[in-house]
Design a protein around this ligand. Sequence first.
Ligand code: 5RP
Length: 228
Amino acid sequence: MDSIDNEKKLAARAAVALIPDGSVVGIGAGSTVNHAVRALGERVAEGLKVKIVPASIETENLARSLGIEITGFEQHPHFDIAIDGADEMDPQLRLLKGGGGALLREKVVATAAKEFIVIADSSKTVEHLGKFPLPVEVLPFALWTVFDRVRKLGVEPILRKKADGSVYETNQHNYILDCPFGKIEDPDKLAADLACIPGLIEHGLFLTEASVALVARGETVETIRRTK
Ligand code: 5RP
């Protein structure tokens, strides 16, 4: 395991250690989250009672394989905790997410929780969001009009493709435009501009959702709480 993957695992295990018995927990997607799901599987095997609302089919499949009980919004429209990774996190706990293509469901899960815990390795912390291309999820019908409108915001979007060259589809069968904005000077304005484009279903800026971050550096996990 390389040092970044070890940090992901440490942050993930620290978050899972905080889950109280009897909880319902929203769980995001990605390699850091997979460490969390495996750690949760260990706690379940030791007797922890927990149900999860998974944000992706991949997370759900991994959790099922480890004997973790799956639930959904019909039974639990709101819950106490959600745990997810991030592609970037700034000092104000504003996140850029969606590298794994699950941003829409991840935002739904994050906003259904009272406390949203971000788990991250040290490479994810940045002074300014935007070095990582911002993913936006698009209704296939609207792809080229959304493409054009996003372009007018000053970026050349890239339609996400799979390794075989076919267009990448999200769990909802939507498309992703990756938008390499570079340093995002005003994340609130960009989020507002993106949110009013019809057919753009969701963007990967999570500016207010995170309440606490667990960031691993080397062998240490730092807890950072949102202050405002
Ligand atoms: C998926 C995400 C992930 O949280 C993000 O891409 C981080 O992934 P990883 O934990 O694999 O580094 O937003 O849509």
